[in-house]
Design a binder for this molecule. Structure first.
Ligand SMILES: [Ca+2]
Ligand SMILES: [Ca+2]
Ligand SMILES: [Ca+2]
Ligand SMILES: [Ca+2]
Length: 268
């Protein structure tokens, strides 16, 4: 009997898997700061959303942490093809008017810690084989010692896995091309997972191990200095839907498994 089960179980498992519909990884949750799907909560610390200029510290509009758009300040906005042709600094081009998550100079008189953090909780029930992507951009002359960003993910309160880690390439220069075509070279660019950033949003993705019901994304940020902008947009979660079609499930429960039991009894 034992040997029979040992021989049959792998085969039964295989046919069970084969009966499940194969589905591609699809986008099922996101937060682009203008709208969201399957976002349970979003908490930003410090929360500057109630300030006269939302997302900025009271002392200066060039000290930023939170949800902003290109009107927040001239370091975020690339106006070189618009209202200010001599512009030499900016990420958000004329037509990029929607909202993003921005960070600039966290070490300021209103925030002596120099750090900020944010937490997103997404509903991921029914999806496995998870992948997260975020669109990142940065412009500035950064420092390894003072400018760092880290994103972790945990499933249902489990251990945190790093998904995006920044580094500053103090051995490199980066060329930033403004919307007008003006090129600006700055020292020490920011990278995410080793991929160099510039003033164009770049989609970077990371696989997530495991599955669960709620996914918590945590962002830890530590920055100092003006004219150093880091921003991101379009947090996206992709996965494979795990719910089998009713027909496949009925076949398994009604036919496949019953047949296995009958066979097992006969062989006794
Ligand atoms: Ca500008
Ligand atoms: Ca957006
Ligand atoms: Ca530097
Ligand atoms: Ca800095």
């Amino acid at each position: 009997m034992q040997r029979l089960w040992r021989a049959w179980l792998p085969a039964a498992t295989l046919s069970l898997l084969a009966a499940l519909p194969v589905q591609a990884q699809t986008l099922f949750a996101y937060d682009d700061f203008d709208s969201s799907i399957n976002l349970v909560s979003r908490t930003i610390t410090p929360d500057l959303s109630g300030n006269p200029l939302p997302g900025t510290f009271p002392g200066s509009r060039f000290d930023v942490f939170g949800i902003v758009d290109r009107n927040v300040n001239f370091d975020f906005a690339d106006d070189s093809a618009g209202s200010f042709p001599p512009d030499q600094f900016g990420i958000l081009k004329t037509r990029k008017t929607d909202r993003v998550f921005g960070v600039e100079d966290l070490l300021n008189p209103d925030n002596s810690s120099g750090i900020g953090s944010a937490i997103w909780v997404f509903d991921i029930r029914g999806y496995t084989n998870l992948l997260i992507s975020i669109d990142f951009a940065a412009m500035g002359d950064f420092e390894t010692a003072n400018d760092s960003h880290r994103f972790t993910v945990s499933l249902d309160g489990g251990p945190e896995q790093d998904v995006f880690l920044s580094s500053v390439r103090e051995d490199l220069d980066q060329t930033y091309t403004l919307e007008s075509g003006t090129k600006v070279v700055l020292n020490d660019p920011m990278a995410i997972n080793g991929i160099l950033l510039d003033n164009n949003l770049k989609r970077i993705s990371s696989q997530i191990q495991g599955a669960g019901s709620l996914l918590t994304l945590r962002f830890f940020s530590s920055t100092d200095g003006g004219s150093e902008v880091f921003l991101f947009d379009d947090i996206r979660l992709y996965g494979t839907q795990v719910v089998p079609e009713p027909g496949a499930l009925a076949f398994l429960v009604g036919g496949g498994l019953t047949g296995l039991f009958v066979l097992a009894r006969r062989r006794r």
